[in-house]
Ligand binder design. Structure first.
Ligand SMILES: Cc1ncc(COP(=O)(O)O)c(C=O)c1O
Length: 464
């Protein structure tokens, strides 16, 4: 079937609310590594990786092999029956989960730095920890939405209260709870239906709600959460959910001490801290498995999806053992822990370990940051460059002084990159953030090629 026919079927039979990139949507037919081939035969360099899902490259041979092997053996029986890949994945994830460290939060987010040199394809040594190791347990589902739903439900069950906090500019999924947690109007779709959700100021330094600048701000956005709890809740909360770097919000990257200021407040008022690692997890930020490990706090729960299984549908809620054990009542997920997705996730993690991708993300991410910095020197439309590892964004503005968002130039830029043969992402409440997040196997040469294409596309988008 050709691209026009495929598109015609979508237009006829698929909800029109499903958004597509580009005026004339791109119809991919096959992909390999960092390249996608479209129905018209054109090849594209993929610097968005299916919304940060394709973490180790399209159709990675090892992941394919393990997935097909599992499909031939046992495809599905539901969580009512234990299966080997689920047990193995839960064990693996528990072994890679965050642990307390003596030295925490010393890295600058803008440096794209992790525990430089400390990662050698193994966990941090025991002497890095202060207390006994935390034990972790997993609950598997099929998406990030479900992972977040389960985390919040667990927090409500174990704390016995329902007030909770999300961040402005956040994106947590598309079920009722997630839509109500949403920190961006366009994705909320209908008026609030769930009481008890409060939205805290985001650590959005480029557009600080308080008009302050870091570090003189004294982290007002984090401190304000205490006032929020005292004035807008009944004084106890179940949880606060936050992305270590806010993905759909436009890769908003908090100042380095933000979570160390925020998390004690959450706990003081009885809440659990849930790190939504759906975009930042599994090495994306470089140097660590989890984005939150850069910030020197250990969450009570973490949620995963996207990159965990390199594109196979998966969601995981990871909780400290005492939290998981506190979930009383029945629960199941028909497709949760599906052996095929579990096998794909195990293979993906193996690839990340064997190809030393946490180090690659750090090195190539720093190179990408450098290239984006050069573009910012040349193109006045770039107002901000931010992110960590292979999760970097630029924000396009009309005027650097007023920071007025330029959604029109951003749209033209996206079209121009596509014409040039490059796929990148868009985001941000104002439609002016460009998200750059290639598979974690990207090399410096790939980055150089992408930077060259972005340079030309920016000239085209901003030109007369
Ligand atoms: C940070 C974050 N959390 C949760 C979700 C929801 O994941 P899913 O689309 O798999 O339900 C997303 C999706 O983009 C996300 O970016």
């Amino acid at each position: 079937m050709d691209g026009a026919k495929i598109l015609e079927k979508h237009r006829e039979y698929v909800f029109p609310a499903v958004i597509y990139y580009y005026q004339e949507p791109l119809v991919p037919v096959r992909a390999e590594g960092l390249h996608v081939e479209a129905a018209d035969g054109r090849r594209y360099l993929d610097f968005f990786g299916g919304i940060l899902t394709v973490s180790v490259g399209h159709c990675h041979p090892r992941v394919l092999e393990k997935t097909i092997e599992q499909m031939k053996k046992l495809q599905h029986l539901s969580t009512l029956y234990p299966n080997e890949p689920m047990g193995l994945l839960a064990e693996k994830i528990a072994g890679l989960a965050p642990q307390p460290k003596r030295e925490a939060g010393r890295m600058s987010p803008t440096e794209g730095a992790g525990a430089r040199g400390a990662w050698e394809g193994r966990r941090p040594e025991a002497e890095d920890r202060t207390g006994p190791p935390i034990r972790w347990k997993s609950f598997f589902t099929s998406s990030g939405t479900e992972a977040n739903e389960m985390a919040v439900l667990t927090a409500k069950v174990v704390t016995g209260t329902t007030d909770m906090i999300a961040l402005r500019h956040s994106y947590g999924g598309r079920a009722t709870l997630a839509v109500n947690m949403m920190g961006q109007a366009p994705w909320r779709v209908i008026p609030a239906q769930l009481p008890g959700i409060r939205h805290a100021h985001a650590p959005y330094c480029y557009r600080c709600d308080f008009g302050l600048s870091y570090p003189d701000c004294g982290l007002r956005c984090a401190k304000d959460v205490e006032t929020l709890i005292q004035t807008e809740t009944h004084g106890r909360i179940a949880c606060l959910v936050a992305e270590p770097i806010m993905g759909v919000g436009g890769f908003i990257t908090p100042p380095r001490e933000y979570f160390q200021e925020l998390v004690p407040i959450v706990r003081r008022y009885g809440g659990l801290f849930i790190a939504d690692e759906v975009q930042t997890g599994w090495g994306r930020t470089g140097g660590h498995w989890n984005g939150i490990e850069h910030w020197g706090v250990v969450p009570d729960m973490l949620t995963y999806a996207k990159g965990l299984a390199n594109g196979a549908p998966i969601g995981a809620t990871l909780a400290r053992a005492e939290v998981a054990d506190g979930f009383k009542g029945l629960t199941l997920a028909t497709f949760g822990g599906n052996p095929v997705s579990m096998a794909a996730a195990l293979a993906t993690i193996e690839v990340i370990e064997e190809e030393r991708l946490l180090v690659n993300v750090e090195t190539v991410g720093a190179h990408l940051r450098g290239r984006l910095g050069e573009l910012a020197e040349k193109h006045r439309a770039i107002g901000d460059v931010r992110g960590m590892g292979l999760m970097q964004a630029i924000e396009l503005v009309r005027d650097r002084r007023t920071k007025e968002p330029d959604a029109a130039v951003t749209a033209r830029f996206l079209e121009a990159t596509r014409r040039a043969g490059l796929l990148i992402g868009k985001g941000g409440l104002y439609g002016n953030s460009v998200r750059i997040a290639p598979p974690m196997t990207a090399t410096k040469n790939d980055v150089d090629e992408a930077a060259k294409l972005m340079d030309c596309a920016l000239s085209e988008a901003t030109g007369p």
